[in-house]
Design a protein. Structure first.
Length: 423
């Protein structure tokens, strides 16, 4: 079973078995187990023996959580680090004035309140309601506590008393991007471009070596908050997963070595799968966020909006019918068309074309270039957004598969790198 799992997770996609082969081999294993369980146990015993010499068994975690239900609070608090203040239940009551200022709910999982710290700092208090889902929120809180970025929400404190789980975040006054898009507030195109770029920069940071390669997993207009200056803050890390834990990286490392990455993938392939899925999901979801920004469509869900944009470009070779009429002046159409095409690239779903999706690093560079060209066009008569130039940021080098694509971009990895790549 372990050998089959390793073959399925290999970085060389050409060496992976087809699903019909996987099914056949699993049926054989099932048959062997029924007929001669001793042979399976013998195989299991020999597998265990290979790890006796100073190494531990691979840890296949449920989902992408760091902790099991019996994890002590002290362990959780040590993972949160010194930057997160620990509150008592009584202190939370003081901060919220006995929960007097509700802001609503976060789905069915949490109640949200407005609060004030001793120094008059406004905060948001999330009180989680269901103990059985606490693992996910603790996992998200730990990941968030280790991130410092101007476009990612700050976790300021927590309370873990008596099976209570409460997180305290910085207060972002304008609410989510979804709320703003659904309102009548004026959103000129340059402001929408800034929101898009800053959000993309936050995701680029999460996907980088500097952050330990984090997949957010829940990017949406509702998980991007805006402050009074319309600066976006990415929030809701309950689905997030991190490839390289703080304890695994050497102190002072600013980049992840290939040997460390190889070790992590070998010891915990399930973590690799979870992170990879989230990296791809982040790009896909961000494509939908771009579509929402330029269409201001508040009545269509993410997947349906992607279908509408896809049909518009296939039918009319243009997304003009989808654009928000408030930003469709003649000089802005070319920019909107390019943003629409970039969004469609982010949301490619066909399996054999998935490698054509840009990484978040590509998306950031592309958006910056589009904004620069647009600014030049609006200040210099006759200057146009050159579609060929706009797409030249996509490297002509062979595209790297899966995690390598997100971690290293589209450039080749050195032949001396021990991680196998395919071109």
């Amino acid at each position: 079973m372990r050998k089959l799992a390793a073959e399925c997770m290999t970085l060389d996609i050409r060496a992976r078995p087809q699903m019909n082969d996987v099914a056949k081999r699993l049926r054989v294993l099932k048959k062997d187990l029924k007929g001669s369980p001793q042979s399976i146990l013998a195989t299991h015993s020999s597998w265990q023996n290979t790890y006796k010499q100073g190494s531990s068994l691979p840890s296949f975690k449920k989902g992408f959580s760091f902790f099991k239900g019996n994890t002590s609070n002290s362990k959780i608090l040590s993972e949160l680090g010194n930057s997160v203040r620990i509150f008592t239940k009584e202190e939370i009551s003081e901060v919220t004035q006995n929960y007097s200022y509700p802001l609503g709910t976060a789905g069915t999982s949490a109640e949200v309140y407005k609060g004030t710290l001793e120094d008059n700092t406004l905060v948001v208090v999330d009180k989680f309601l269901h103990e059985d889902s606490n693992e996910l929120f603790i996992n998200g809180g730990i990941i968030l506590s280790q991130i410092v970025h101007k476009n990612i929400i700050k976790l300021l404190g927590c309370c873990l008393e008596d099976k209570t789980l409460i997180f305290i975040y910085e207060y972002i006054p304008k609410g989510s991007r979804f709320d703003i898009l659904a309102s009548q507030e004026d959103l000129p195109l340059d402001l929408r471009m800034r929101i898009a770029i800053k959000t993309a920069e936050a995701l680029e940071h999460l996907h980088s070596s500097a952050a330990g390669i984090i997949g957010h997993g829940g990017v949406a207009t509702s998980t991007i908050l805006l402050d009074d200056n319309f600066i976006p803050k990415l929030t809701d890390f309950s689905r997030a997963c991190k490839l390289i834990k703080k304890s695994e990286a050497a102190a002072g490392d600013i980049a992840i070595s290939s040997s460390l990455l190889e070790k992590v993938l070998y010891n915990d392939p399930s973590r690799y799968g979870s992170v990879l899925i989230n990296l791809e999901r982040d790009v896909y979801k961000f494509g939908g966020v771009l579509m929402a920004l330029i269409s201001r469509d508040k009545n269509t869900d993410h997947d349906e909006l992607i279908i509408k944009f896809t049909k518009a470009y296939e039918t009319d070779k243009s997304g003009k019918a989808m654009f928000d009429h408030d930003i469709t002046s003649e000089e802005d159409i070319a920019l909107l068309e390019e943003i629409g095409r970039l969004a469609l690239q982010c949301t490619i779903l066909k399996g054999d074309e998935m490698v054509k999706r840009p990484t978040m690093k590509d998306v950031v560079a592309h958006l910056r270039m589009l904004r620069r060209s647009w600014k030049e066009r609006t200040t210099e008569a006759g200057t146009q957004v050159n579609e060929t130039d706009a797409r030249s940021l996509m490297s002509a080098e062979p595209r790297l598969p899966n995690l390598m694509r997100h971690l290293f971009g589209y450039w080749r990895i050195s032949p001396s790198d021990p991680i196998i790549t395919c071109y």
